[in-house]
Design a protein around this ligand. Structure first.
Ligand code: ACO
Length: 376
């Protein structure tokens, strides 16, 4: 049998395709969307501007941005049959499972978009607009909140807060979430985006591709880490206990969530910005407990393992300060990353080649077939 080339476990360092959407400089700790540094985008733009940039490859003019916001505001409403389906889903399910199921089900009511070749920027905008509505439809029912209003005048960030908490955000809260959405919107060929592109590369549709991506994001080694970080903080409880808890985990070879990254060899630039938001929001709310615990955790984990924080370390503390439950952190991440997933799927269609790597076979060959009655 011909030997395939050496295995790159986890496809580490494998360059699988060309893309114009996102560049990560893992040694310098830089992240670029379509040519623009994430630090500039976080400081000066909004999530909608960034989504436009990812989809169209250029920053919008004022009127293009206004048009996009109006369009996305109008695309928030869920089809009635999907509302009824979500209302029947078990209240104890994880919201990521609800999201994955609802995105897949949404395709049944938007058949034009699911025909091969029909996927478009319109579909990308629809999916991005509708993610918060899916989450809110589920979360409001399980917590007994009144039904969701469309609130087309709100930005994606403000709408998420309204939809999940049934109150309008303060300016500071809306800006914190807006920056978090900007920072999560894309990240090159991370596992969920790769999953979306693999599905798209079979000429499958946008909705199927995004369903694949939601499933991949759910895992604790990817988007699910932020929720686990908050569980860890609850376990640690006080700054004084940080060292003991971390050491115990490391002795058991457990991973410390929110640390380490396949690509960044230095601090993740998104963590730098979110750390500052965790402090700022904590001070504004008179509760810096999480911030102090996270700072202590960073010190210990860096000293013990030389690991730097990733995007998931501080995001949960920001959402918690707003009063958002832990199991909604990854779905909020998805409500931003869907802009990146859809941009990548549309790019995949432009330069389509079936993604199909090979495995190095390490099993047996030429075994004599054993008749069923002779098997032991
Ligand atoms: N805690 C403890 N040890 C770690 C961690 C961690 N968070 N991250 C890496 N390591 C250790 C590994 O145990 C391994 O040590 P060893 O060589 O002694 O066995 C070494 O560092 C290399 O780890 P790999 O798993 O080979 O590195 P990889 O690039 O595959 O891992 C990953 C990247 C999965 C993100 C990893 O750092 C991790 O598990 N982190 C915790 C989960 C997390 O925070 N995920 C969010 C990532 S950001 C995102 O996806 C949005």
């Amino acid at each position: 049998m011909p030997e395939p080339a050496e295995v790159q476990r986890g496809l580490q360092d494998v360059v699988a395709l060309e893309s114009r959407i996102c560049f990560i400089d893992g040694r310098q700790g830089r992240l670029i969307y379509q040519g623009y540094d994430i630090r500039d985008l976080a400081a000066h733009s909004t999530f909608e501007e960034v989504a436009y940039l990812l989809w169209y490859g250029r920053l919008p003019t004022r009127s293009q941005l206004a048009e996009l916001r109006t369009r996305m505001g109008a695309l928030r409403t869920l089809p009635e049959p999907l509302v009824r389906q979500i209302d029947q889903m078990p209240a104890e399910c994880h919201p990521m499972d609800i999201l994955r199921t609802a995105v897949s089900a949404l395709a049944l009511f938007e058949p034009d978009e699911t025909k091969p070749g029909a996927s478009s920027i319109g579909g990308a905008q629809r999916l991005t607009a509708v993610f918060p509505s899916i989450l809110a439809q589920f979360h409001r029912r399980r917590t007994g909140m009144p039904p969701l209003g469309a609130r087309p005048e709100l930005s994606q960030a403000a709408y998420l807060i309204y939809a999940l908490l049934d109150r309008d955000p303060t300016d500071l809260e809306a800006r914190a979430v807006d920056e978090a959405l900007i920072l999560h919107a894309d990240h090159e060929l991370n596992a969920s985006t790769f999953a979306a592109r693999v599905t798209a590369s079979t000429l499958s549709d946008l909705y199927s591709s995004v369903t694949s991506a939601v499933g991949a994001l759910k895992g604790p080694l990817h988007g699910g880490a932020a929720e686990r970080v908050m569980e860890l903080l609850d376990e640690i409880g006080s700054v004084a206990r940080t060292e003991e808890v971390v050491r115990e985990k490391l002795v058991r070879h457990e991973r410390i969530m929110g640390f380490g990254h396949r690509v960044y060899k230095v601090e993740d630039p998104r963590a730098t910005i979110l750390r500052e938001w965790s402090r700022k929001l904590g001070e504004a709310k008179g509760d810096t407990h999480y911030y102090e615990l996270l700072r202590a955790l960073e010190t210990v984990v860096h000293r013990e393992k030389g690991l730097y924080p990733n995007v998931d370390l501080y995001s949960g503390s920001i959402y918690s300060l707003l009063g958002i439950p832990h199991d909604l952190f990854t779905p909020i991440f998805a409500s931003s990353r869907v802009a990146g997933w859809t941009a990548h799927v549309l790019e995949e269609y432009q330069d389509l080649r079936l993604i199909r790597p090979m495995a190095k076979y390490i099993g047996a060959v030429d075994l004599p077939y054993i008749a069923i009655d002779e098997r032991t």
